[in-house]
Design a protein around this ligand. Structure first.
Ligand code: FES
Length: 273
């Protein structure tokens, strides 16, 4: 069993769990993900690692309550509760090296998995520019943590209620024009990552994305997380989740992400809360 040693609510739908899992914490690196399962027979949920503390033996995940299981996580599990499975770290870690100027873009919940990458690129001696994007002020989290690791921080809200008004792609374009980066990392909803990739493509700047595909086993067996990268079939769970965004077939991936929508809608409707 895995105890939740800390829980923090960021907004009505988003929250953080710090989970005691010493074996996972010992091996976790930026870019890794974990598979959580609440109880026997429950759904397996892939979650990108948002932080880890090897001394405390904890791993932090940030969750958005959108589907049945993530709403159960929000409504039924409190600090001190425990749950059945926390498997990981899975996937390949991000390749972190000193490349010069790195721009890290996080959209919504994607801000969380960007954080360990930001910290690692900073520690590797890079100059870091962070672009954080949220729909509105109420959804903002970890501004202080990002400020501490960033040479420049640009915080955007879609509705202009805090920071720079508008989308992360506009801020990204500005940075590309005035202070060209050597590498861009973009993590967030698929449409946001796709849009970032199209912005950087025109500037020829390498852009890594973290693909939050539908996953079932997380070990390369089921094919659920299949994605086409540079014309070849890849599995996000074992070949990723980080890929060169300019090589990803986002149009195909967006279509594949919708294939369980009927079942997801039915499970959500059945959920009593
Ligand atoms: Fe099954 Fe990747 S989740 S192959």
């Amino acid at each position: 069993m895995y105890p939740i040693v800390r829980r923090e609510q960021f907004s009505e739908t988003s929250f953080l769990w710090e989970v005691l899992a010493p074996d996972v914490a010992r091996a976790a690196q930026p870019g890794h993900f974990v598979m959580a399962r609440l109880y026997d027979g429950g759904e397996r949920i892939p979650l990108t690692v948002a932080d880890y503390d090897r001394d405390k033996g904890t791993v932090t995940i940030v969750v958005q309550a959108l589907g049945k299981t993530t709403r159960e996580m929000r409504d039924d599990y409190r600090e001190g509760d425990d749950f059945d499975d926390f498997v990981g770290p899975l996937g390949l870690p991000q390749h972190v090296a000193k490349v010069g100027h790195v721009v890290l873009v996080g959209g919504g919940l994607g801000v969380a998995p960007v954080f360990p990458q930001l910290r690692a690129f900073k520690a590797a001696g890079n100059r870091t520019t962070s672009i954080m994007g949220f729909r509105n002020r109420d959804l903002v989290f970890w501004e202080d943590r990002f400020r501490a690791e960033s040479d420049e921080l640009i915080l955007c809200t879609d509705d202009g209620s805090y920071g720079r008004p508008g989308f992360v792609t506009d801020a990204l374009k500005d940075v590309l024009e005035r202070d060209p980066p050597d590498l861009v990392i973009a993590i967030g909803p698929l449409p946001m990552m796709h849009a970032c990739v199209e912005v950087t493509r025109a500037f020829g700047v390498k852009t890594m994305v973290s693909l939050n595909t539908i996953m079932v086993d997380g070990t390369g067996m089921c094919g659920s997380c299949r994605v086409t990268v540079a014309g070849a079939v890849k599995f996000a769970c074992v070949d990723g989740p980080d890929f060169d965004g300019h090589a990803v077939d986002f149009v195909e991936l967006k279509a594949r992400q919708k294939r369980f929508k009927t079942e997801e809608d039915a499970a959500n409707a059945d959920y009593a809360h």
